[in-house]
Write a protein that binds this ligand. Structure first.
Ligand code: NAD
Length: 355
């Protein structure tokens, strides 16, 4: 099985190295090829998503991705910024369904910023639509100077839109996922203010009629943001659009202890997927050897399960991660008194040893 490995920028190469180390320790035949993506690809080839990188990703059975983005590229025109690489990959590969499980491991109950009783046993799934919404509308502003008119302009806007098929397919994904869990879907929108999300609500409700065994409720995004920290265990599956999902899944990450713990899978209609941690390139800690590699290692486990049909290997990785947490090993983001502080590399080595 061929894996395209795209480490990217910032802490990307550090955390992906550890995930690759873990994958190599399994007895699964994987062929891994690495390519540049993001700011480093722009620096080398003048584009954040070079043709060769896209070709490698398309030819692979799955993509393991680190993160992209660096402050030094913030002044580039929008279409050349590192973040366009991940948007381009999602669009080109049709990765419309983003799975972000937020599970609070028993050993990390005290690392969460919420009270232990609120997060102990937490296991929710956020499903974020990934190829529509305001991120793929028409932007206009100072950094989108494709016709040369915008620099100096005094306004900027982005358009928000969803089509019926886009909403239907993500709704089906959510209801089907809920069927394998606790049979409850909460659709998060802003139907009270935005036409796009009134439409979203109507279409999700229509699709819901095909799943009478799954309970559906609708919640405004501002309320959902509050409920996530008030009573997070009341959720099972949350389905939402691209923008709200981006924000709520980061919020949910803190329930689990750290954004460094949260894996993600982005799938297309035929289960081809790109697997990446939910966090970004963390330029503030890049090169220091202190990033938490567990979100990336757990993303590799999701890759084995969802795209490569290797559920046993996935479970072995997840069990190894739990074992190192039980041993008390912690990177700085999940450290608490009485545990052992380790580096990125030491954490990766410990997972390999536990395997
Ligand atoms: P971020 O997720 O990179 O970092 C937020 C905070 O979390 C930082 O304090 C960081 O140090 C910490 N953090 C993140 N991952 C960590 C890890 N594995 N271990 C320990 N601490 C960790 O978000 P940001 O600072 O808003 O963005 C930085 C860059 O990443 C930007 O250029 C942004 O556009 C980009 N970004 C990329 C992606 C992606 O590649 N999919 C996603 C989000 C942000």
């Amino acid at each position: 099985m061929k894996i395209a490995v795209l480490p990217g920028d910032g802490i990307g190469p550090e955390i992906v190295t550890e995930a690759v180390k873990v994958l190599k320790a399994l007895d699964v035949p994987l062929e891994m090829e690495t390519a540049l993506v993001g700011g480093c690809a722009y620096a080398a080839h003048g584009h954040p998503l070079p043709e060769a990188t896209l070709k490698l990703a398309k030819a692979a059975d799955a993509v393991l991705f680190g993160a992209v983005g660096d402050w030094q590229y913030d002044k580039l025109e929008r279409h050349l910024r590192p973040e366009q690489a991940i948007l381009g990959l999602r669009k080109n590969l049709g990765l419309f369904a983003n799975f972000r499980p937020a599970i609070c491991y028993e050993q990390l109950v005290n690392a969460s910023s919420l009270k232990p009783e609120l997060v102990a046993g937490l296991d929710i799934l956020i499903i974020r639509e990934l190829t529509g919404d305001i991120y793929f509308g028409q932007p206009r502003g100072r950094r989108t100077a494709t016709d040369g008119h915008f620099p100096g302009s005094d306004e900027a806007y982005d358009t928000m839109r969803y089509s019926r098929p886009e909403i239907e397919r993500i709704a089906h994904v959510a209801f089907q996922a809920a069927r394998k869990r606790n049979k409850k879907v909460t659709s998060v929108d802003k139907a009270n203010v935005l036409e796009t999300f009134q439409f979203w609500r109507d279409v999700v409700a229509e699709v819901g009629q095909q799943y009478p065994d799954v309970a559906l409720d609708h919640m405004y995004v501002d309320n959902a943001a509050m409920q996530l920290v008030r009573a997070p265990k009341a959720f099972d599956v949350i389905v939402t659009g691209n923008l709200f999902g981006d924000i709520l899944s980061d919020e949910a990450s803190m329930l689990t202890g750290s954004i460094g713990m949260l894996p993600s899978a982005s799938l297309n209609a035929s289960n081809f997927g790109l697997y990446e941690p939910s966090h970004g390139s963390a330029p503030d800690i890049a090169g220091k050897g202190i990033a938490n590699p567990l979100a990336t290692i757990l993303s590799a486990a999701m890759m084995l399960r969802f795209s490569l049909n290797q559920a046993d290997a996935a479970q072995r990785i997840e069990a190894a991660v739990q074992a190192v947490l039980r041993q008390g090993l912690r990177t700085g983001d999940i450290y608490s008194n009485g545990t052992t502080l380790v580096t990125t590399v030491e954490m990766g080595n410990a997972v390999v040893k536990a395997l």
